[in-house]
Design a binder for this molecule. Structure first.
Ligand SMILES: NC(=O)c1ccc[n+]([C@@H]2O[C@H](COP(=O)([O-])OP(=O)(O)OC[C@H]3O[C@@H](n4cnc5c(N)ncnc54)[C@H](O)[C@@H]3O)[C@@H](O)[C@H]2O)c1
Length: 364
């Protein structure tokens, strides 16, 4: 079983290979065309055994980072760059990011700035990484307490997605990826939506999993190909569920609720807003809710971990993706999704009152 997709992001080609097993460094170098003077494997403590296995038959430098979002810092970038420098790696070396979105975002950033750009490949090991983070070329790290404040556009030329690695994923990480997979299906994947609806996806079902990941990759890759540097609005559709979700995460206190739980809950709120505005057909909103329920997401409003309404609205207002000082909301349409600027949400008391009603469960 092997699925391949090739994209061109801002003139840089990205070949994505979805298969059962992780590749060896030898295979990766062959796929990269052979001209690699040195390898730097970048992983975290949880993906270290895989990194060692991949590089077992080739000399490679290794940079092991602590796991999780807390490690998405300048210090980690510096550690990667220092390991590369201390190992004498040149521009024609290959950085291999082996892990989830944190590792691939960091490895991508480091590769984009080391000697003004070195070779880059990913072995993505989380569901969220496969359906989202490893595709599209956005790299970065958190700075001054702001998530992804600093980054570059630098797609990996090769991205491997070995589904066998997903069998060791903790439940929480699996659900984070599931929320993004459902989001992708709502945005542009009617067929993917049907598969997810008809069969509860399982980490042990490699074939179906690979087929779903391939479809999600095609959706995200297609959206990014059309707007690789995020100059237009199409890429904003990928934020379905995220405006409400990020606000829930920050009003609850970072870390109290998982990203996937927040995005799933946010998608249901986006559906409710869409129904209220006459953009989302009620039947579609129900379909999306039922699918998320079947994956055991907590969807009730108000969310048990939600802070004060005002704190929630402040978090929405602070969203860095706002335009002309106002946030936008992505809501499902009859097909796909639509962007609704806050200025278009009319109601007594303005958009903040409408949103407060929705998050308090008083919307419908
Ligand atoms: N670049 C992009 O376009 C983009 C898109 C979406 C998200 N992101 C970024 O991705 C990050 C989140 O990625 P994530 O959810 O993969 O988190 P992550 O990289 O922190 O991985 C989650 C946890 O799972 C562990 N892990 C990874 N693979 C494993 C495996 N196969 N088995 C067991 N444990 C494993 C990790 O060590 C970590 O503890 C965020 O920083 C986010 O900003 C980037």
């Amino acid at each position: 079983m092997k699925e391949e997709r090739v994209f061109s992001f801002a003139g840089m080609t990205s070949r994505i290979i979805i298969g059962e097993a992780a590749p060896s460094a030898g295979e990766i170098i062959r796929d990269a065309g052979g001209n690699v003077s040195g390898i730097l494997a970048i992983c975290d403590e949880h993906t270290l055994p895989l990194a060692k296995k991949i590089t077992s038959e080739r000399p490679a430098s290794l940079c092991v980072l602590p796991p999780g979002e807390e490690a998405k810092t300048w210090e980690s970038v510096e550690r990667i760059l220092k390991t590369a420098r201390d190992s004498g790696l040149g521009r024609d070396s290959l950085f291999m990011g082996i892990g989830g979105g944190v590792v691939t975002d960091l490895a991508g950033f480091a590769a984009s700035v080391y000697m003004r750009g070195t070779g880059l490949c990913f072995v993505s090991t989380t569901l969220l990484g496969m359906v989202d983070a490893a595709v599209g070329g956005k790299t970065g790290f958190d700075l001054f307490g702001a998530k992804n404040l600093t980054g570059t556009f630098y797609p990996a030329s090769l991205v491997y997605m070995p589904v066998e690695t997903l069998r060791t994923l903790p439940e929480r990480e699996w659900k984070s990826g599931m929320a993004e997979l459902v989001k992708t299906a709502v945005i542009a994947g009617a067929e993917l939506f049907q598969i997810l609806k008809s069969d509860r996806l399982d980490p042990d079902d490699g074939e179906t999993l690979a087929a779903c990941i391939a479809r999600a990759v095609a959706v995200k890759g297609g959206i990014v190909e059309a707007d690789p540097l995020e100059l237009g609005t199409a890429r904003a559709l990928l934020n379905l569920g995220h405006t409400f979700g990020h606000a829930l995460e920050s009003s609850a206190g970072l870390g109290r609720i998982s990203h996937g739980e927040a995005v799933a809950w946010g998608m249901v709120r986006a559906c409710e807003l869409g129904v209220k505005l006459g953009v989302t057909p009620p039947g579609r909103a129900l379909d999306i809710r039922r699918l998320l329920e079947s994956y055991d997401f907590e969807l009730e409003a108000p969310h048990p971990f939600m802070g004060e309404d005002d704190c929630f609205i402040k978090a929405i207002e602070g969203d860095k993706k706002k335009k002309a000082g106002l946030p936008s909301f992505i809501v499902p349409g009859t097909e796909g999704a639509r962007i609704v600027p806050a200025a278009r949400i009319n109601g007594t008391g303005g958009w903040t009152c409408v949103i407060k009603n929705i998050i308090d469960g008083a919307a419908l």
